[in-house]
Design a protein around this ligand. Structure first.
Ligand SMILES: *Cc1c(COP(=O)(O)O)cnc(C)c1O
Length: 464
């Protein structure tokens, strides 16, 4: 019997093979050699494990070429979001308006007056670019912005309450995806959490009983990603503000989702308006930039000028401040709110969330018809529900339409994997027997690419 290890091609032979010629021209000598070694190592391991892999040199050289190409692709790639989840945290939450994306692009590729007052030639604050717009949106007298709402919470608690107590209801001790837990955030900030009430019932008297000489603030945390139902009672923000006034204790409202246009008329009730907290007299309101506001990742802090000044003087501000690209995108996003009539149409997140079901059905029908022309593909339109995502409107099942796509001889999980690993990547919802494509978060200009992506799953293996 021959020794299969001896039949492995040499690296030199692989590198000289014509199947690698084109890839060699695109990639460095080192990368090509490394890819060839990796491919031969994988075959050697397979033989050692008792397998008998095909050892055709041309085939192996072809695999080296695809390995090189896939290794050279950027790690972050465009994804067509066919999940129907508009604020998909794993897919980057809000897509930016063209103006905001362009502002970030221009800021990134050149210089800008980030901290320079062009009129006087003197130094200015980078926050000036967004301050007035946030004040207009929230009704607050002052505002500032940091990297995300988690950072906003930390810096607010630190600036206002380090070494002292902050009162929070036990019904609001939230965890937001991953490691954002109110008790942990509180610990990081140096403030002491003073829990009051129970999971389902907290009364004004519970808060009042906890107020003492060491109380620095009362904080209301919006239960963004869950709701407490049944026999429940929570204290309205206005009542907390009244209590705070009585005892001279500031009230902080962690509002979370950043809803600046009322979405309740569109069947999306339950998120606080960013202006509501200020209207009832909260000292500070905090919310995310990339949830319902529809902008870049940011944490917005709006409220009383004295508190904002204290926050901006905190040394953590240097670590938490926004970079020039995000600030530019945030300013451009906030500008879209200056004309309320345009906002719903212009902010992509809001446009997607308020797309009527009839329009989604129409788009699905048209797209399904195109998909059905692909050989071996079946595509049927049906009604379904989807969630908003991003820790917003957790219990609102939004009616939607989907295309259930199946391909002959390919399981739904394999079809989903091929879509996910193609270029552009497509992510849908996998269900028994089909991959569901929801068009709510798919841009109309992506529909041709989506059809082409499904078509490509009929050929060859997935790209990795
Ligand atoms: C989402 C959320 C946060 C965290 O916001 P990020 O911008 O994701 O850091 C904090 N608090 C509440 C209430 C939230 O909904």
């Amino acid at each position: 019997m021959s020794n299969p290890f001896r039949d492995l091609p040499s690296i030199a032979r692989l590198l000289d093979h014509p199947a690698l010629a084109a890839a060699r021209a695109r990639h460095s000598q080192d990368a090509t050699t490394a890819a060839a070694r990796a491919e031969v190592d994988a075959l050697r391991a397979a033989i050692a494990a008792g397998d008998a892999p095909a050892l055709d040199v041309g085939e192996i050289a072809g695999r080296v070429a695809s390995r090189l190409d896939s290794e050279a692709r950027p790690a972050l790639r465009t994804v067509i979001n066919a999940t129907g989840i508009v604020l998909h945290t794993n897919l980057g939450r809000s897509p930016l308006h063209e103006d905001a994306a362009r502002a970030a692009y221009e800021a990134g590729r050149g210089y800008l007056n980030l901290e320079l007052d062009l009129a006087t030639g003197t130094r200015s604050s980078r926050q000036d670019a967004v301050r007035a717009n946030i004040c207009a949106l929230t009704g607050a007298e002052a505002a500032t912005a940091v990297n995300n709402c988690a950072a906003a919470t930390v810096i607010v608690l630190r600036a206002l309450a380090a070494g002292r107590e902050v009162i929070v209801s036990r019904g609001q001790l939230i965890e937001i995806g991953g490691s954002f837990r109110i008790p942990d955030i509180m610990a990081v900030s140096g403030a002491t959490l003073r829990e009051v009430g129970t999971t389902n019932i907290t009364r004004v008297a519970d808060y009042e009983a906890a107020i003492g000489p060491n109380t620095a603030a009362i904080m209301r945390v919006h239960t963004s990603n869950y709701r407490v139902r049944g026999f429940t009672s929570a204290v309205e923000l206005a009542a907390l503000v009244a209590l705070g006034k009585k005892h001279n204790v500031p009230v902080i409202d962690d509002a979370g989702s950043g809803q600046a246009v009322d979405l309740a008329p569109f069947g999306l009730p339950g998120e606080p308006l960013v202006s509501a907290g200020i209207a009832v007299g909260a000292d500070l309101v905090l919310f995310s930039g990339d949830k319902l506001l529809g902008g870049p990742q940011a944490g917005i802090i709006a409220g009383k000028a004295a508190h904002i000044q204290k926050i901006e003087r905190d040394p953590l501000m240097r670590a938490f401040r926004l970079d020039k690209m995000t600030l530019a995108a945030l300013e451009a996003t906030l500008r879209l709110y200056r004309e309320p009539a345009r906002t719903l149409r212009e902010v992509p997140t809001l446009r997607m969330l308020t797309t009527p079901l009839a329009e989604l059905r129409r788009r699905c029908e048209a797209l399904a018809e195109r998909l059905r022309t692909l050989p071996g593909v079946t595509a049927a339109v049906r009604d379904d529900v989807a969630y908003v995502g991003g820790g917003s409107l957790p219990d609102v099942a939004v009616p939607t339409a989907v295309i259930a796509v199946a391909a002959d001889g390919v399981s739904e999980s394999e079809l989903a994997a091929r879509l996910r690993t193609g270029t552009p990547a497509v992510v849908g919802r996998v269900q028994a027997g089909a991959v569901l494509l929801d068009l709510r978060a798919v841009f109309e200009h992506q529909e041709d690419e989506l059809v082409a992506a499904v078509g490509r799953t009929r050929f060859g293996e997935r790209e990795t």
